[in-house]
Design a protein around this ligand. Structure first.
Ligand code: DP6
Length: 342
């Protein structure tokens, strides 16, 4: 270790959108089923950390968008506790964390994936800078594994593009502990996807994803859901090889609606959908049936809709979005984003 000089680090990480959803956990933040997502270009978190070694128990100071944000401290302390066996420097010292998102805080876009991924990267970097004996055999796996301990979906935000997290017999290198980059198995046509996010409702959700995962533990459809997700992974990986957009769309929409169906059949039952979410889905289906364009959608655990389509279709789809979907969004807000590969 060096003496008490301050060590700094800064990293960004993208948000991601899952096509096959992670919904339900086991053990220490491991998924009950495999999931696949792609990372986004514009929706990112940048995290700057400075660490001052000293003998006191670890103190954390957290700023979000330049303002102190103590509400996040319990979550950060819980994360650090889980990281301690992997990053021993976190036992003591003063940690100043400053985080900013490129997307508005109240936009309804989940930020736990990008924020935990960016933070995991910075903390690993500090451990490496502090201790030249500290060796990591595979930095990508290590980053993803540690990000997972902060938020499951963050395991898919430490790398770019298409990522698979969770064990599946159809992909040998898959693991419940970290995400794997599967871009080399994905047809070129799935690498220039657009993701237009309809901000149907801003603000935070009534039931968090973490609570939703817990409700899967005794869910009456748990086994069926695990089977469905495993099957969808297989179908998606096949679609990726051939570039079959129709088969991709079927998986995408079934996963989105199943996720919300699982919430509606949990105990207690709840829904995060808004009337405009359903209205948007109907308009998307109608437009697609008339125009025969490759266009699909998915939803996160919230009311917002992610419209997914190849860039080549933008000239046909954008006018439809502007005329028929933007009016359904809160304050007419939406974000034109796309898959990021670097
Ligand atoms: C519906 O990763 O946010 O977005 O692990 O408790 O932090 P925690 O949950 P989180 O759950 C994401 C759920 C999802 C589907 C997905 O991203 O796969």
């Amino acid at each position: 270790m060096t003496n008490n000089e301050i060590i700094q680090s800064e990293y960004s990480a993208p948000s991601n959108i899952a096509i096959v959803k992670y919904w339900g956990k086991k053990g220490l933040q491991e998924p009950v089923n495999p999931s696949i997502s792609f990372t986004l270009s514009k929706a990112k978190t940048t995290t700057k950390v400075s660490y001052e070694p000293c003998d006191r128990d670890l103190e954390i100071d957290f700023k979000f968008d330049r303002n102190r944000a103590d509400v996040f401290l319990p979550k950060l302390h819980a994360f650090v506790e889980r990281l301690l066996p992997h990053l021993p420097f976190l036992k003591s010292g003063i940690l100043n964390i400053e985080s900013t998102n490129t997307f508005p805080h109240s936009s309804g876009i989940a930020s736990s994936a990008s924020s935990m991924a960016a933070l995991a990267k910075t903390l690993i970097d500090i451990q490496i800078k502090l201790d030249d004996q500290f060796k990591v055999s595979d930095l990508n796996k290590f980053r993803s594994r540690l990000a997972r301990l902060g938020s499951g979906s963050a395991s898919r935000s430490t790398m770019n593009g298409w990522v698979l997290w969770g064990e599946t017999p159809v992909y040998n290198a898959s693991s419940d502990k970290y995400g794997v980059d599967i871009n080399k198995h994905v047809h070129e046509s799935f690498k220039d996807l657009q993701d237009t996010i309809l901000i149907i409702r801003k603000g935070s959700k009534a039931v968090s994803s973490t609570q939703g995962h817990q409700l899967m533990e005794n869910h009456p459809y748990k086994e069926g859901r695990i089977k469905q997700a495993n099957n969808n992974i297989q179908v998606l990986i096949e679609a990726f090889k051939s570039g079959d957009f129709e088969s991709f769309s079927k998986v995408c929409e079934q996963e989105a609606l199943s996720l919300h169906g699982l919430m509606m059949s949990s105990s207690p039952a709840y829904t995060l959908l808004a009337p405009e979410s359903i209205r948007a889905i109907r308009r998307i289906q109608k437009f697609r049936d008339h125009q025969h364009v490759p266009l699909t959608y998915t939803l996160d655990a919230g009311p917002n809709i992610h419209l997914i389509y190849p860039s080549s279709q933008t000239h046909i789809i954008k006018p439809f979005i502007e005329e028929h979907l933007r009016p359904l969004c809160e304050n007419s807000e939406l974000i034109y984003d796309q898959l990021s590969l670097d």
